[in-house]
Design a protein around this ligand. Structure first.
Ligand code: GAL
Length: 384
């Protein structure tokens, strides 16, 4: 492993010293010399898209927290397009970023531009989604993605009472995330591992037969794509008197698409259990109205704050290791095995997701995290 890494690193950044070897053999890039002549430290941020509520907030939170620390920040969005993201990152490198924070559109498409970043001695924090197929990732900040999927699967299991089925068979369908997003398989696996025993025993049936990750995936996490696939499934398998009991939706945009399809094309009168993720404001409305059953909450402020702490540590020349979790004022787990990107196990800082339902939404989102208000207009995100 170490030999392989050394070889790759020599090819990738011929003019550079080999990165410092941190504990457990994980390479980190310590920034000793900064690029700018003006003494200003710059952070370049590349978000995947502004079409989803969460990435706008991630971008804004990151920018605000980093500027509060005195950094100059350049924030870019990529319209979910790989080439746009690569162009953005090239520009952030040209603009002399000292650290890059990147949430990848396609985790496997950034190897070349990561090599360019490493050639310019720029450490990279992989934000929320893992950047794959490159040794040049200094740290990964995310929520525990497998746990997100488990929470969704456990919710479906309990809401449908699968442990006490009383001879009933439950019909569910699966709507997974974008297969280019490394997180999506973690969400799927977490949920599927919970549901598999019930599918194997026949208590749960997926009438479409579409069960594997790729068949159920949703290109670009698009609500439109989820809606059109769901319409097809409803027409083919749930046309007359067949009940659909639940849909495992990987996030809120796919849940929105599924709800639209159900509203138009589903004719039974049961309420279908629908999962989600991100607590987007319109999905919270749907949860309060009983149309969507749950969402998984991942506090974006904490995720951004974790990336900021890592940025500060890296720019201070510190190694990325377990000791940094002590700086976080909330539960944060350091992991060096779960997230192998195909070349290295990326040092990961993982936060704890939570299930949100109509019953606990105000307790969690308003009281506990203070990240939303709740009033006449429903839930609104707080930006402070
Ligand atoms: C995932 C992310 C989710 C969701 C999804 C769609 O990578 O972890 O929170 O937003 O992308 O953008």
């Amino acid at each position: 492993m170490v030999c392989l890494l050394s070889a790759v690193l020599l090819v990738g950044c011929a003019q550079k010293e080999a990165p410092e070897q941190a504990e457990e053999g994980i390479p980190t890039i310590a920034v000793e010399d900064h690029h700018s002549d003006d003494g200003v430290l710059r952070v370049g941020i590349s978000m995947p898209s502004s079409s989803l509520e969460r990435w706008n907030h991630d971008g804004e939170f990151l920018k605000k927290h980093l500027e509060n620390e005195g950094y100059e920040v350049e924030l870019t969005f990529s319209d979910n397009l790989i080439d746009t993201q690569i162009d953005n990152i090239d520009r952030l490198i040209e603009d002399q970023s000292d650290v890059l924070i990147i949430a990848a559109v396609d985790g496997k498409a950034l190897s070349r531009v990561m090599e360019t970043a490493a050639g310019n001695n720029i450490p990279v924090i992989s934000y929320d989604r893992l950047i794959c197929d490159t040794p040049f990732v200094t740290a990964y900040v995310s929520y525990d993605n497998y746990r997100v999927g488990q929470l969704q699967g456990e919710y479906l299991r309990d809401a449908l009472n699968l442990d006490h089925p009383y001879d009933q068979t439950y019909h569910i369908e699966l709507v997974s995330g974008d297969s280019a997003d490394n997180n999506a398989a973690f969400f799927y696996n977490g949920a599927y591992d919970v549901l598999k025993p019930y599918i194997d025993s026949g208590v749960v049936q997926v009438l479409s037969g579409q069960k594997d990750f790729y068949t159920t995936s949703t290109d670009q996490w698009s609500g439109e794509n989820a809606r059109s696939r769901m319409e097809i499934l409803l027409g083919a398998y749930y046309s007359s008197s067949v009940t659909l009991h639940g849909v495992l939706c990987a996030n809120d945009s796919t849940a929105s698409g599924v709800m639209e399809a159900l509203e138009r094309d589903y004719h039974m009168d049961n309420s279908v259990v629908i999962t989600g993720q991100d607590c987007d404001v319109s999905n919270l409305d749907a949860i309060m109205e009983g149309k969507q059953s749950m969402s998984v909450y991942k506090d974006l402020n904490r995720e951004a704050q974790t990336a900021v702490e890592l940025t500060k540590a890296i720019l201070n020349g510190e190694s990325v290791n377990a000791s940094l979790v002590e700086r976080m004022e909330y539960p944060c787990r350091y992991d060096t095995s779960q997230y192998n990107n195909g070349i290295i196990s990326v040092p990961s800082f993982l936060l704890e997701p939570e299930t949100v339902t109509a019953d606990n939404a105000t307790d969690i989102l308003v009281e506990k995290y203070g990240s939303y208000t709740y009033g006449e207009l429903g839930f609104q995100r707080v930006m402070e």
